[in-house]
Design a binder for this molecule. Structure first.
Ligand code: SF4
Length: 123
């Protein structure tokens, strides 16, 4: 594979180090700009399949607000975000929903649940 350079921002902690990585498409050859070694796993994953936690909202009925904030319980492949968003747009929850309730199980067969990040009572 060809040797390439890439500029990434590490999202492992809030510092957000800007990293210049030289890689061969799947393996790190060298890295600069990272303040710690925790970035290695992130960069390796980023080269193969970028993963992120998706945060968004889902419609809810019977509550004070029309939408409830949710997130995936773990990181999912970023390339699946548009499909997951389409699926979540088709959902209408019914209040009450408690914070950390699973509102979608095993979204798109990823093995990851979508969970509520806020409690919404029935009103
Ligand atoms: S390289 Fe280390 S210090 Fe920098 S953002 Fe990543 S985890 Fe944080």
């Amino acid at each position: 594979m060809a040797i390439e350079k890439r500029h990434l921002v590490c999202v492992v902690c809030p510092i957000g180090c800007e990293i210049d990585v030289v890689h061969d498409g799947s393996k790190i050859i060298s890295m600069e700009g990272n303040k710690c070694e925790r970035s290695e796993e992130f960069v390796s994953q980023e080269l193969v399949e970028p993963m992120r936690v998706l945060t968004t909202t889902i419609r809810i009925e019977g509550s004070r607000w029309p939408v409830i904030p949710v997130r995936t319980g773990k990181s999912v492949p970023s390339r699946l975000f548009p499909r997951i968003m389409r699926k979540l747009r088709g959902i209408n929850l019914q209040a009450p929903v408690n914070m950390l309730d699973v509102v979608v199980r095993d979204v798109l067969g990823t093995g990851v649940n979508v969970i509520a990040t806020r409690t919404m009572r029935r009103e």
